[in-house]
Ligand binder design. Structure first.
Ligand SMILES: [Zn+2]
Ligand SMILES: [Zn+2]
Length: 294
């Protein structure tokens, strides 16, 4: 009998223990929720060029809330490639070669020079003058390059500038570019996407021919008035690849330049086109520019 009582008492103690344990885990719910009363926003980290700042507000209970302040804008580099606002030095690729642009106080990138970089960052300034172009054939056959970053002054990308850069995956064409030369990106077989910025007026013949991985070409607006023969063709005899998507901000982007092409670079007059033209996503007939631009 005594053992039975002992067992009952033991199990009661155990049960109570469990109840208390579970009580400990439930939070007290009898306190009314405290509504935070925040003070004003105070800047706790100043924004700078390229970097967001933070402002913070605090409740009397100590709780805080943060929100970010937008960056003040792009770095303002001086001719030594150092930002005049935040004093950050531009990390560019040393050893590249440049050529003076004829009759101008500016340089164009002309080659890899001493550099073996695979991610190439072109400085804003060289020898105190802005880098405003990519010369013809500048990085031709540089098959190890994976990415190229160009300064925001570049006006033209020369003929064959990136010809057979077969590893090139990333390049942003600066918004200042007006002209992309013939064969500029010929057989850049790793390139997947390209955006043609709004000032580009001319895309040279076979500029993107053989870019077998190119899935998307985005035209920012309709400024392109000349696209040479096979300018955007990605047809590759070996891979037989075709572009998946071409986006137009305005479907009327393309007009033939009557005088610039030679020997059938573009269909001339009447807009009869070749090969029956193409159908835009909007349904209008794209038959008024160079033969086989795709
Ligand atoms: Zn509070
Ligand atoms: Zn800066």
């Amino acid at each position: 009998m005594k053992i039975k009582y002992l067992l009952v008492i033991l199990s009661l103690i155990l049960a109570c223990g469990c109840i208390f344990a579970s009580c400990d885990e439930t939070p007290p719910d009898d306190q009314p929720a405290h509504e935070h009363a925040y003070g004003g926003w105070i800047e706790t980290k100043a924004p700078s060029c390229g970097k967001k700042g933070t402002s913070t507000r605090t409740c009397a209970c100590g709780a805080t809330e943060n929100k970010s302040i937008p960056a003040t804008g792009a770095h303002a580099y001086n001719t030594s490639n150092v930002c005049t606002v935040c004093e950050t030095a531009l990390e560019y690729t040393p050893g590249l070669s440049y050529t003076r642009i004829n009759g101008e106080d500016a340089y164009a990138l002309s080659g890899m020079g001493l550099s073996t970089a695979t991610d190439v960052v072109v400085p804003y300034f060289y020898m105190g003058l802005p880098v405003m172009g990519v010369a013809n054939g500048a990085l031709k056959n540089e098959s190890d390059i994976i990415s190229v970053t160009l300064p925001p002054f570049v006006r033209s990308i020369g003929a064959e500038a990136f010809y057979m850069c077969t590893s090139l995956q990333e390049i942003a064409i600066p918004n200042t570019v007006t002209e992309i030369g013939a064969n500029a990106f010929f057989c850049c077989i790793s390139l997947k996407q390209v955006t043609i910025p709004s000032l580009v007026e001319s895309v040279g013949a076979q500029a993107f021919l053989g870019c077998a991985s190119l899935e998307q070409v985005v035209f920012v607006n309709d400024n392109v008035w000349y696209a040479g023969e096979q300018a955007l063709s990605v047809k590759d005899a070996a891979a037989n690849a075709t572009m998946l998507s071409v986006q137009y901000a305005d479907l009327a982007w393309s007009r033939t330049q009557p005088s610039a092409e030679s020997g059938g670079g573009a269909s001339s007059g009447g807009g009869t086109g070749s090969g029956g033209g193409y159908q835009t996503p909007g349904g209008s007939d794209r038959d008024d520019y160079g033969n086989d631009i795709f």
